[in-house]
Design a protein around this ligand. Structure first.
Ligand code: C5P
Length: 242
């Protein structure tokens, strides 16, 4: 079941804890009053492991575990079962793992959460990584259809396998929302509040634009974490959504 949509802006924002170790990640989270959701990605998890997820949950934070699993069905299932048992409420998998693997992952996530008395997590499918330039995507992978069509194909595969949502860039959110109404979850990175630096993100939307386009929740990293005062930057994002 997807996380219930909440009009509370603080429930909408997921802070990317892109930090090299647990102490700095936990310090960032602790500095932000009212923070509800955090994203643990490959960098932090590789350094700090499952313990950091437990530490964040012990603080009352909800965790998006963004490890982008992609493997054979049995391994995908095992990874998602473990992630769900850990208490991650949003978990990413690659849609291109295929329908067998996605179905196995979904079933195992539900089973894992139930085995420890937790609510079922939402598996989010990653479609085409936004770091692919379209020409190179076609040339290196020999995929003839446009990236946008491929994104929609992979999202449909995820839906058919019973997944509850997708991660999608600001480029894709409106098209995916048109094809997949609420409560299908669309989590969107590439968010930049008005006036903040875009950094290495090529296409960006403001928090309000992304929500208007159909996003369910927003991943925001550096506009908050690299701000002079992350707590103030978080509150400014909430105010923009309120
Ligand atoms: O700092 P920034 O707001 O750009 O952080 C965005 C977060 O979302 C990072 O953790 C990044 O890995 C992730 N992400 C992204 N673009 C995608 C998928 C994930 O920026 N297409």
């Amino acid at each position: 079941m997807p996380p219930a949509f909440s009009p509370d802006p603080a429930e909408t924002i997921i802070l990317a804890l892109d930090r090299p170790d647990a102490p700095s990640a936990l310090a960032l989270a602790d500095a932000i009053a009212g923070l509800r959701w955090v994203k643990v990605g490959l960098e932090l998890f590789s350094a700090a492991g499952p313990a950091v997820v437990t530490d964040l949950r012990d603080r009352g934070l909800r965790v998006f575990l963004d490890l982008k699993f992609h493997d054979i069905p049995a391994t995908m299932a095992g990874a998602c079962r473990s992630a769900a048992r850990l208490g991650a409420e949003l978990i990413t998998v690659h849609a291109c793992a295929g329908s067998d693997a996605l179905g196995a992952a979904q079933a195992a996530a539900l089973e894992g959460a139930a085995s420890v008395g937790l609510a079922p997590p939402t598996l989010l499918a990653v479609t085409v990584l936004t770091s692919w330039p379209p020409e190179r995507f076609a040339a290196e992978l020999a995929i003839a259809e446009p990236v946008s069509a491929h994104v929609e194909r992979l999202a449909a595969l995820a839906v058919a396998a019973g997944l509850g949502g997708c991660v999608c860039s600001p480029l894709e959110v409106a098209a995916l929302r048109a094809a997949h109404p609420q409560p299908f979850t669309l989590v969107t990175p590439g968010i930049r509040p008005a006036g903040s630096a875009s950094g290495d993100q090529r296409r960006v939307l403001t928090p309000a634009q992304a929500m208007a386009a159909g996003a369910s929740q927003l991943v925001i990293g550096r506009p908050i974490s690299a701000a002079p005062d992350p707590a103030v930057a978080f509150q400014a994002c909430c105010a923009e959504l309120g």
